[in-house]
Design a protein around this ligand. Structure first.
Ligand SMILES: [Zn+2]
Length: 437
């Protein structure tokens, strides 16, 4: 049954892809009648609105009662739905297909999958994201698939395949001993899921190479292994030194771009902040010093909560104890950061989570830990846009923004799970999905 559904899905997908590549007339006018509008920025929803779209952008948003409808415009009726800006996932891996141990775990992605297969799977992952209403992804490294993300981004931008707008970070950077593949015979020269550097000169060179080949962001791993310490605390192995990280940050900022840092806790987290990372990814165990430094430096926090509840090792093993500890320290860490007013952006770590799972599950994790639904929505819309330096262009339904718009049947402010069934998706003024009754 699963296979049959999949075949059907691919057939439908092929049909939609053909429609998708039609060029869009920049004068095309579309009017959307909206029942409830959560615009991504305002504190409260507005009712009975009209959105006018010209070509790929939003021309105006106004009350239905006073709206002047342009003659000749196509009208889309979403008057029974809740309309929102296209969602932004700030932490994905389209080149990763889950790390399920039964399927060979992480290593199988690199050891057995030819690059063309990985590109084909990334193409499907990009489409899956768009179907779920995610019209923008910050994809934080290809896990051994080189500059494949730059190619997928070009394919989407060129209209060859459907997908979200992508901010890509290519190969990522870590140090010797700081990334898989690992655990093989030392005589073997194994490929690595990230570009390995040692020393500030190599660090800067890696950043230059990646920026030269199209990275929009640079991704750095500031911690790697983690385990349960003597006193039951989470210990993370630090990777880059502050000097190495500073070389990367300095180079990347010079290009007008930013650095995303994977960091769990302890020494590596401190180095990440001292070295000037623009965003902390995961941040499992943020202490008070880290939180105040993030506030002072304006550092973003992309907590990726849901990812730490999947694939736990058995409870009576060191890995199993570690997996449970990660989740249990993450919860108070997120709550503290939220209370202190750290800037939080929504991120899932999809790819680490299989792409067959709902991306919007992260919203439930965030609200269960005390974040208000509107706040969680803004972390995946206007605030993520701010992190991406795209304020006003994406993550908002307002004049001048790209017409990236979605609709759901229910009210996500009452039940955040409504976002797990997005039924209507428009990107760049083109309807990609329309399943509303
Ligand atoms: Zn990740």
């Amino acid at each position: 049954m699963k296979n049959l559904c999949w075949t059907l899905f691919l057939t439908l997908a092929a049909g939609l892809a053909a429609q998708d590549s039609k060029p869009l007339n920049s004068q095309t006018l579309t009017v959307i009648r909206v029942g409830a509008l959560i615009d991504g920025k305002s504190d409260k929803p507005r009712h009975d609105q009209v959105i006018v779209i010209q070509g790929d952008h939003i021309e105006s948003v106004s009350d239905a009662a006073s709206a002047k409808l342009p003659p000749g415009a196509a009208v889309i009726d979403l008057s029974k739905a809740t309309v929102l800006p296209g969602l932004i996932d700030s932490h994905t891996h389209i080149f990763l297909q889950g790390e399920t141990p039964a399927q060979g775990g992480y290593d199988a992605n690199i050891l057995y999958a030819p690059l063309a297969l990985r590109a084909a799977r990334a193409t499907v992952a990009a489409r899956r994201a768009l179907e779920q209403g995610f019209t923008t992804l910050r994809d934080v490294e290809t896990e051994g698939a080189g500059y494949g993300d730059v190619g997928i981004k070009q394919a989407i931008a060129g209209g060859y395949i459907p997908g979200p707008r992508l901010f890509v970070s290519t190969r990522a950077i870590s140090t010797t001993g700081g990334y898989p593949l690992e655990g093989y015979a030392p005589e073997l020269d194994m490929p690595k899921g990230a570009q390995i550097i040692d020393g500030a000169v190599e660090a800067r060179k890696a950043a230059r190479e990646q920026l030269d080949h199209g990275a929009d962001w640079i991704k750095v791993y500031m911690t790697h292994r983690s385990w349960v310490g003597k006193n039951g605390e989470l210990v993370s192995q630090p990777t880059l030194t502050v000097e190495e990280l500073r070389a990367i940050v300095d180079e990347t900022h010079g290009w007008g771009k930013k650095v995303a840092c994977h960091a769990y806790s302890g020494i590596g987290l401190r180095r990440a902040l001292d070295g000037g990372c623009d965003s902390i990814e995961h941040g499992l165990d943020l202490d008070d010093a880290a939180i105040s430094q993030m506030l002072k430096q304006g550092t973003w926090y992309v907590p990726t909560i849901a990812a730490y509840y999947t694939d736990w090792a058995p409870a009576d093993t060191p890995e199993g104890r570690r997996d449970r500890l990660r989740a249990s320290v993450h919860e108070p860490s997120f709550k503290k950061a939220l209370k202190a007013g750290v800037k939080i952006a929504f991120g899932t770590d999809m790819g680490g989570i299989p792409w067959t799972e709902p991306m919007a599950q992260e919203f439930s994790r965030m609200t269960e830990l005390g974040m208000q639904p509107m706040d969680a929505i803004q972390s995946a819309t206007s605030r993520a846009a701010m992190m991406l330096d795209m304020e006003g262009k994406i993550g908002v339904v307002a004049p001048g923004a790209f017409a990236d718009i979605i609709a759901v049947g229910g009210d996500p402010l009452r039940d955040i799970k409504a976002l797990e069934s997005v039924q209507w998706v428009m990107k760049d003024g083109k309807v990609f999905r329309s399943d509303l009754n």
